[in-house]
Design a protein around this ligand. Structure first.
Ligand code: F6P
Length: 193
């Protein structure tokens, strides 16, 4: 059976500072995670299986895939949810500068659209071609972003739009989904760094 592997990028400098979005580099821990990936993937991919790695166009996903030797493709459609005017801010700063938006997002996180940016609903739409291609491919490893991977995970695991924005996709963890007739088998591999 074929598998879809996915992981968030390794910890980034923005993750460390609690800032959203941006295009920052990996932290030292994030770089360690990138180094640990080739062995982890090789261990869980069948011996004669092929794999293609998909990243976003942002530095942190490309750097996380750096040491993997499989064919790679960078998709703009896999870039993180665009936080618009809030890009580069912390949640505290957003709450202070845009208190109404902050409350609205809490009220309906799936539909809330950042000013000048996107909602989870927007991201689900822009991911359609990615999902169509995923359905046609054999083994794929996606190195992505939290909001994006929530949408892809929810699609394969049949999670509702209400639950989707709260799905836990931790850092430094590879999730393996193996689709079968009606559902997916799921395994998680956490790297302790
Ligand atoms: O903090 C990392 C991050 O990927 C941000 O870039 C992004 O805006 C956020 O997570 C998405 O999570 P949430 O929708 O829960 O704010």
């Amino acid at each position: 059976p074929r598998s879809i592997f996915f992981s968030r990028h390794g910890e980034s400098l923005y993750n460390v500072m609690g800032k959203l979005g941006g295009d920052s580099e990996l932290s030292a821990r994030g770089k360690q995670y990138a180094k640990s990936l080739p062995l982890l993937i090789a261990t869980h991919l069948g011996n004669s299986e092929q794999l293609t790695v998909w990243t976003s166009t942002l530095k942190r996903t490309i750097a996380t895939a750096e040491h993997l030797t499989y064919p790679k493709l960078a998709w703009k459609a896999l870039d993180e949810l665009d936080a618009g005017v809030c890009d580069g801010m912390t949640y505290e700063e957003i709450e202070e500068q845009y208190p109404e938006d902050f409350a609205n997002r809490d009220e309906d996180k799936f539909n809330y659209r950042y000013r000048g940016g996107e909602s989870y609903r927007d991201v689900v739409l822009r991911l359609e071609p990615v999902i169509m291609e995923l359905e046609r491919q054999r083994n794929i490893l996606i190195i992505g972003h939290q909001a994006i991977l929530r949408c892809i995970y929810a699609y394969f695991m049949n999670h509702s739009h209400e639950k989707l924005p709260y799905i836990k996709i931790p850092l430094h963890t590879v999730i393996q989904l193996t689709p079968s007739a009606y559902t997916c088998e799921e395994k998680r591999f956490k790297v302790d760094i």
